[in-house]
Write a protein that binds this ligand. Structure first.
Ligand code: SF4
Length: 235
């Protein structure tokens, strides 16, 4: 039985339209810009999914988000922020009570230790305020480069680096932006490909796309706005 004309036409069109050979392994700022443009149109409301009102709340929420979903963190933080509204309150927290409150986010003992240590350092070194530099932030207990990037970009509007979480790491590889697997190396590879003013939003867009379309196990390539450019497309 002859193949339907429409299917043949679509397949031919895709073979011609998708610049696989040219783009494979080559991450250019032009291709990166097109990814960014399309994702911005697809997710105009992309934003930090951790609920917060202040830099202090955001740093607490980000520490809690390690190995945990943002949804789960957002369930825990309202009561937490009410009980510990600032660094001074959290610095003097009863450890057992704090652990109980954050238990559902996992790794609660080490997270409680990080939160209290971070809050004490804020009080001792920064007058209870969250500092605005990468160096000062990463010197705080429990605060790595990823957490610092989240706080700088979303609380202070400072594009010092790019947040690389599991979604950003996976999509960066699938989209052919880098072959690196280490988050810091991925970040270094992404930075020259995107204008600095896009760095914070880039993470939000990739995370949103990773959650909605480019799933870790079953990417929905047929629905993907990047499928004619993506070297990993299954369609
Ligand atoms: S085409 Fe597929 S693999 Fe590539 S970004 Fe889209 S969903 Fe992910």
């Amino acid at each position: 039985m002859p193949r339907p004309a429409r299917a043949t036409k679509t397949a031919t069109h895709r073979r011609v339209a998708r610049p696989r050979a040219r783009s494979k392994g080559k991450a250019t700022p032009e291709r990166a810009a097109e990814y960014y443009r399309r994702l911005s149109l697809a997710y105009p409301d992309a934003h930090c999914a951790l609920n917060h009102r202040t830099a202090f709340e955001l740093i607490v929420a980000t520490i809690l988000s390690a190995q945990c979903t943002d949804v789960r963190v957002n369930m825990v933080t309202p009561a937490l922020f009410k009980k510990y509204p600032d660094a001074a309150a959290l610095a003097g927290a009863d450890r057992e009570g704090l652990e109980e409150m954050i238990k559902s986010t996992g790794f609660f003992r080490s997270k409680a230790k990080s939160l209290v240590g971070m809050a004490q350092a804020l009080v001792e070194r920064h007058g209870g305020q969250v500092p605005r530099t990468m160096e000062e932030l990463t010197a705080l207990p429990g605060v790595g480069r990823k957490t610092a990037n989240v706080v700088l970009g979303n609380a202070f509007g400072v594009n010092d680096g790019i947040v690389v979480d599991t979604h950003v790491a996976r999509l960066s590889k699938r989209l052919g932006l880098t072959k690196e697997t280490d988050p810091v190396k991925i970040e270094r590879a992404l930075m020259p490909l995107f204008p600095r003013e896009h760095w914070t939003m880039l993470s939000h867009l990739l995370i949103e796309h990773g959650r909605r379309v480019c799933d870790a196990r079953r990417p929905k390539c047929e629905q993907c706005v990047l499928n004619d450019l993506c070297p990993s497309s299954l369609v």
